[in-house]
Every structure is written in structure tokens, then in C-alpha cells.
Design a protein around this ligand. Structure first.
Ligand SMILES: Nc1ncnc2c1ncn2[C@@H]1O[C@H](COP(=O)(O)OP(=O)(O)O)[C@@H](O)[C@H]1O
Ligand SMILES: O=P(O)(O)OC[C@H]1O[C@](O)(COP(=O)(O)O)[C@@H](O)[C@@H]1O
Ligand SMILES: [Mg+2]
Length: 442
């Protein structure tokens, strides 16, 4: 991917003139293996050959602004009002992020007010303005123990003018948007309207996706919790299929365009024999098609476990009448039920009448509370987001990239999808673990 330094430069509302509450703590800090100074930058690339292929001097290499507290900040904390909104599908850790933001703003920055908007962008519109809640330490005390989001969420377009009216009415200086690619596109429409009116409001994003489909982030928060949940379902169908004659276990997992959950869940306990993901097309019929491979497996081992991501094999399904959800996301055909039928029909036809155990855990993997690892990740993202907002960064998201917390322009995070690379080492691990062929088909 071609990347200029300018593509990676994040926007600031202006000069930072206020002392940060962290100024003293930062006074003597310099870049070390464990800390990146605010004036230093983090490289985008991490292999010698990629760096060399850029063909530019070290200071021109694509690099990212480091996240974290600044010595000077843009907003005067005592006069700062903050808003928080969670949008799109649920994800483990949303409450941890809300809690982390509120705690950091309250305990360290002592901001004036923190408002929570209810049910996504809808909560910012005139119609729902009266549902805004004030957030304090008490309101977020133990919310990390619960899945979901205390603020609620939603899909569906809202009018940016209407939403900015609300920000103005409440005197909001920093809005934190916790959401996925759609939410970040929505946030950019907000900043456009904010700019058009010449307002001094920062919009900072915390990227959320259980599909792990956002770029410039090692792994999105909640992903680890989600795939760990998914693992349990694969283990169940494995046990069931093992106990049955010609046992077939099929698990359909979330992942619209990216098969990360399927890959990680399958690798975690190694019970899966076939993993089907959107990034790797497959055919069902013919000597090298999925059905014959599944049949061979059942003949040799007496059972088979198939893990399929919801976005896999969409080309095999009837496309007619394909609709979108309220946010414009294409509604997918049900590849899980389709495969179940096809495998059942095929095995029956070749005299291996199967016992099929089909599970679609669906929301069960994303509605749970974050595990300890994700909780740590969430609170650190929350801290980074607060520092970015108080320093006047806008149209910016905070991410962890190659283990460093950094700032990325919103535009870049929505520029493309993070997907499993069929030539990459993750997919290679899946092929090694399952023993499935690299391709199905001719
Ligand atoms: N291109 C867009 N412009 C403005 N708002 C958008 C856009 N795409 C999505 N949104 C809004 O962002 C919110 C979340 O988007 P959605 O796609 O549902 O989830 P996610 O943020 O998880 O991808 C919804 O309210 C949706 O209407
Ligand atoms: O919540 P809905 O509308 O049923 O949509 C389900 C979709 O949401 C996801 O969980 C996540 O999608 P977003 O992060 O884009 O909201 C997908 O894996 C899944 O396809
Ligand atoms: Mg999305």
C-alpha cells in the first residue's frame, strides 16, 4: 500500500496552551523500548524489505503519531464538556471503554461534564435529546462486569446538522465515538459539519469491531473475547460429531467480510477440519470441491467439523433480492444453513447418512463481558482516546499498531478493510492445523 507521511498526519484543533495534569510525570521521559515520546513517531512497517522498498529516507518513512498524555493540552479541563456515544453492532468491552473514558476524564482531567448519548447516533438527534444521561464515577462503577453497552447502540443514518445542533446545545467540546467503520464514516460527516460552522469541537474515535476488519489495528478490542466464546461452540459440535455415526459438526461464526473469528476460533482448539472464510473462495462440487473433501474426511475419520464465517461463499447463494440493513450494510445469505443442507444431501447420496449438529452462536459471542485481556486493552484505549481529545486531536482514532498506541486519521481507518490474507501466515497456520487443501476447486 502506498502511504505518504501526509496521509498519516492527524488533525489538531490548534496549539496546546494548557498545562496537562500529566506534565510533571512526563517531564523526564524519553523514547525507550517501553515508551514512545510524544515528539517521536512509530513506523507503519516492520520488516527490512518493506522499509527498503519504500525507497525514502528514515524521516520520510510512513509513521504514526504516538498516543498518550501530552505535556500541554488544547482544552481547559475545568471548562470542558465531553460526550460519549456507542454505535453499530455490540462488541465485548464497550462498557470497559466507556468506564475508562469517564474515569480518566474525572480523576485526572477533572472535566466539567460528561454526557452519554443513548442508542448510537440516534441519541444525538433532536428527537432523543432529552434521553442524554450525565456520566460520573458512580454511573460507571461496575459496568465492566456486563456485556453490551450501558448507553445502548443503533444502526441507521442520522442528520449531521441535527446532531451538531445537539453538541452545540450541550456545549460539548470533545465527542468520543466508539464504533466501527460505519460509525467512523458518520463521525467524519460530523467533523465536516463542525468545520463548516467553524466550531471548536474535537471528534475522537475508538474503533470497535468483533470482526477485526478495521485496518491499522493489531487486533480490535473484544475480538479475543469473541473468538474465545466461539471456541466453545466448536468444541461442542466436535464432541457431538465424535459420538455419532458419520457425525458432522458445523459452526457458523460472525465475520461479514473478514474471517478472523473463524480462523482464530478454529486454531484455538484445533477441532476444526475445514475453515471457510470470505477471503478464500471455494466450490462445493467436483473432485476437489468441499463436498468431496468432507466426504473423504468422514470416510477416513468417521466425523468432520466445519467452521464457516457468515460472509464466506456468498457467491454460491442466490443473490436476488439482496437487501441492506439500516446502516447500508448488505444483508448476507445464510451460508451456514446452505452448507448444512448441501453436506447432508451429499453424504446421504454417497451412502454415508450423516448425523448433523449445526450451531449458529450468532450474538452469543459478542454480547458477553470482555475477558481480562480485552478489559486491559479497552482501558488503555480509553486513556489514549482521552489524551487525544484533550490535546485537541480531531477526526482521529486511537489504535494499537504493532503493540504501540498511536493516532490514525479517521479517513485512513475507513479506507479499506482488514482481511485475512490468503498468502499470509495466519491462513497458513489454519491450513497447517486443519490439513485442508489450500484451494477447493479445479
Ligand atoms: N457512510 C456513512 N455516513 C454517515 N453515517 C454512517 C455511514 N455509514 C454508517 N453510518 C452510521 O454509523 C452508525 C454505525 O454504522 P454501522 O455500519 O451500523 O456499524 P459500525 O460502526 O459498527 O460499522 C449508524 O448509525 C450508521 O447509520
Ligand atoms: O447486529 P446486526 O445488525 O444483527 O448485524 C450483525 C453483524 O454485526 C457484526 O457483529 C459486526 O458488525 P459491525 O461491527 O459493523 O457493527 C457482524 O459480525 C455481523 O454480521
Ligand atoms: Mg461495520
Amino acid at each position: 500500500m502506498t502511504l505518504e507521511l501526509d496521509d498519516l498526519r492527524v488533525r489538531s484543533l490548534g496549539e496546546c496552551r494548557y498545562d496537562s495534569p500529566f506534565a510533571e510525570m512526563l517531564a523526564t521521559k524519553r523514547t525507550s523500548p517501553h515508551y514512545v515520546h510524544e515528539d517521536d513517531r512509530v513506523l507503519v512497517d516492520d520488516t527490512v524489505s518493506i522499509l527498503l522498498s519504500r525507497g525514502v529516507s528514515i524521516d520520510e518513512l510512513p509513521s504514526l503519531e504516538t498516543a498518550g498524555p501530552r505535556r500541554k493540552i488544547y482544552f481547559d479541563p475545568a471548562a470542558t464538556n465531553v460526550g460519549i456515544v456507542t454505535c453499530g453492532g455490540l462488541c465485548p468491552g464497550l462498557n470497559d471503554v466507556i468506564r475508562g473514558i469517564v474515569q480518566e476524564l474525572t480523576e485526572h482531567y477533572h472535566v466539567a461534564h460528561i454526557y452519554g448519548f443513548r442508542n448510537g447516533y440516534a441519541g444525538l438527534t433532536r428527537r432523543h435529546r432529552e434521553r442524554v444521561v450525565e456520566l460520573d464515577l458512580h454511573a460507571v462503577r461496575d459496568i465492566n462486569n456486563d456485556g453490551g453497552t450501558i448507553l445502548g447502540s443503533s444502526r441507521g443514518d442520522q442528520d449531521p446538522e441535527d446532531m451538531v445542533d445537539t453538541l452545540v446545545e450541550l456545549g460539548i467540546h470533545v465527542l468520543f465515538v466508539i464504533g466501527g467503520d460505519g460509525s467512523m464514516r458518520g463521525a467524519m460527516k460530523l467533523t465536516k459539519e463542525i468545520d463548516a460552522r467553524g466550531l471548536d469541537i474535537a471528534v475522537v474515535g475508538v474503533p470497535k469491531t468483533i470482526d477485526n476488519d478495521l485496518p491499522f489495528t493489531d487486533q480490535s478490542f473484544g475480538f479475543q473475547t469473541a473468538f474465545a466464546q466461539a471456541t466453545e461452540f466448536i468444541a461442542s459440535v466436535f464432541v457431538e460429531s465424535q459420538a455419532a455415526e458419520n457425525g458432522v459438526g458445523i459452526v457458523k461464526l460472525m465475520g461479514r467480510h473478514s474471517g478472523f473469528i473463524a480462523c482464530y476460533a478454529a486454531l484455538s482448539n484445533n477441532d476444526a477440519d475445514f475453515v471457510l472464510i470470505p477471503e478464500v473462495p471455494f466450490v462445493l462440487d467436483g473432485p476437489n470441491g468441499v463436498l468431496r473433501r468432507v466426504e473423504d474426511h468422514v470416510r477416513r475419520h468417521g466425523q468432520v467439523v466445519v467452521v464457516v464465517a457468515e460472509g464466506a461463499g456468498q457467491d454460491l447463494l442466490e443473490q436476488e433480492g439482496r437487501t441492506t440493513d439500516a446502516s447500508g450494510n448488505t444483508k448476507l445469505g445464510d451460508i451456514g444453513l446452505f452448507l448444512k443442507q448441501k453436506i447432508t444431501d451429499h453424504l446421504t447420496a454417497v451412502d454415508l447418512p450423516p448425523t448433523v449438529r449445526y450451531l449458529d452462536p450468532s450474538y452469543a459471542i459478542r454480547s458477553v463481558a470482555a475477558n481480562a485481556y480485552d478489559s486491559v486493552y479497552c482501558v488503555r484505549l480509553a486513556h489514549a482516546a482521552v489524551h487525544a481529545g484533550m490535546a485537541g486531536r480531531t477526526e482521529t482514532v486511537v489504535v494499537r499498531w504493532r503493540r504501540r498506541f498511536v493516532h490514525v486519521p479517521m479517513e485512513l481507518i475507513t479506507s479499506h478493510r482488514n482481511q485475512v490474507d490468503p498468502d499470509g501466515d495466519l491462513w497458513m497456520s489454519v491450513l497447517e492445523a486443519t490439513g485442508q487443501p489450500a484451494t477447493f476447486g479445479a
